[in-house]
Design a protein around this ligand. Structure first.
Ligand code: GTR
Length: 421
């Protein structure tokens, strides 16, 4: 029986591959791009920021909300914040550490998550990067005082995570992805949350934040309602609710950051909640910065098959039908205008379609132009390690799907310049 399992798994994978076709990595096979003009509304040219904000932007937003990420089905009854720990001698005395539990209440149910923060010592009202981590707050630093989450976690042999439980064994395993000291030394704060505390990342929407909003006996969101990405974005906004109450932070300077699936989240969070000062998408790929109509690497059909819980059920209408999308992901980026936006790619991360991520920034640029903000001036991709730091930032670095110190050096330098403007 056991011997049969690998064969069955293989057959299953083969079935998915056949149904979706092999991913395309050949530029000559990319369909000619027919992208919707972002600056046309009711057949007329959008020529003022007012026209954009009042007419075209809401129309575009509605598409992404109703047909891609899914709508949040209501408002919370209440929210509370509880600082459970702090220390002003963290990171060798350079930083103030705080851990704050945020509790969300709805329909007599509740859910809590913990924000871990490091802030430059003795600074007040600092700008801050806010982003989710994949395996718990205790993985982003060696600091022994970071509380270990009790939420469900994906097993990971390399990180010694088993029984879907986080332990001391995984403390500090993801430090390479977070240049925390560099942020502190540059005058930025850093805040992170374990994404599994908002919604465990598995194809099951009966747990996490979704169930707080269900009507009796409901087990699954309606077709136009939130999948996990929208739920995680909602969680980032609730963290921002807390940051607005903390005098050590300048809540008008909170930049949403995310890598990969969590980069899809930072983009959708900044599009949905205009209190975010800006957004950074690191290797976010399909359903993030990358243009879907290029069908390069991961496609809409593939992502909705591998991760059926990430998007709204409505988005599945576009499986293998990207050409039917009324707007592509450049429209998502444009929803962040005129605020600073940074998209980054990695050369060996072809699955995420670096060129599609780049072109998306280029095609979002006319909306930034409308606000006299500098976007991406040419559709020719910059060379490796030749970052563009305009209001829209972009770089492609060498290497694989990851977040590196090089990426953070760019984000920090760019954010500093944007914020001081
Ligand atoms: C992949 C997925 C990508 C990206 C990535 C990640 O398996 O296909 O869209 O989100 O996971 O989040 O690491």
């Amino acid at each position: 029986m056991n011997k049969l399992l690998p064969a069955l798994t293989l057959a299953f994978v083969a079935q998915i591959t056949l149904a979706q076709g092999q991913p395309n990595y050949d530029e000559s096979e990319v369909p000619e791009l027919e992208l919707t003009d972002l600056l046309t509304f009711n057949g007329k040219k959008v020529s003022t920021p007012k026209d954009w904000n009042e007419n075209r932007r809401p129309e575009l937003y509605r598409f992404f909300e109703q047909h891609e990420y899914g709508q949040v089905p209501g408002v919370l009854d209440s929210i509370s914040f509880n600082r459970v720990e702090s220390d002003d001698k963290a990171l060798n005395g350079t930083a103030l550490r705080k851990q704050v539990v945020v509790s969300l209440f709805k329909n007599d149910k509740s859910l809590s998550f913990t924000i871990l923060m490091y802030l430059p010592k003795n600074a007040s009202a600092v700008p801050i990067f806010l982003g989710y981590n994949f395996y718990g707050n205790h993985t982003v630093t060696e600091d022994p005082n970071v509380i270990i989450s009790k939420a469900w976690a994906r097993n990971n042999k390399a990180f010694d995570i088993s029984d879907n439980t986080l332990t001391e064994n995984s403390r500090g395993v993801r430090t390479s992805r977070w240049s925390i000291q560099k942020m502190i030394d540059s005058g930025f704060g850093f805040a992170t949350i374990y994404y599994g505390e908002i919604d465990p990342d598995k194809n099951d929407l009966t747990d996490g934040i979704h169930q707080l909003f269900y009507q009796q006996d409901q087990q699954h969101p309606k077709p136009n309602e939130w999948g996990s990405i929208s739920a995680w974005a909602f969680g980032l906004s609730r963290a921002l609710d807390y940051l607005e109450t903390d005098k050590d932070i300048d809540a008008s300077k909170v930049i949403a950051f995310g890598h990969s699936r969590l980069g899809k989240v930072s983009l959708w969070a900044a599009a949905s909640d205009q209190r975010f000062a800006g957004a950074i998408s690191n290797d976010s790929g399909c359903g993030g910065a990358a243009l879907s109509k290029r069908k390069f690497g991961e496609t809409v059909g593939r992502i909705n098959t591998s991760f059926p819980h990430w998007f709204s059920d409505n988005f599945k209408k576009y499986n293998n039908k990207e050409e039917d999308l009324p707007v592509d992901q450049h429209g998502l980026l444009a929803l962040i205008a005129p605020r600073p936006l940074y998209v980054a790619s990695a050369e060996d991360d072809q699955w995420a379609d670096p060129k599609g991520e780049f072109l998306s920034t280029y095609y979002a640029t006319p909306v930034y132009d409308l606000f006299d903000k500098k976007g991406i001036p040419s559709d020719k991709m910059p060379e490796i390690h030749r970052p563009i730091h305009h209001t829209i930032g972009y770089h492609i670095r060498s290497g694989k799907h990851d977040v590196t110190d090089y990426d953070w050096s760019q984000y920090i330098a760019w954010a500093k310049a944007q914020i001081e403007k």
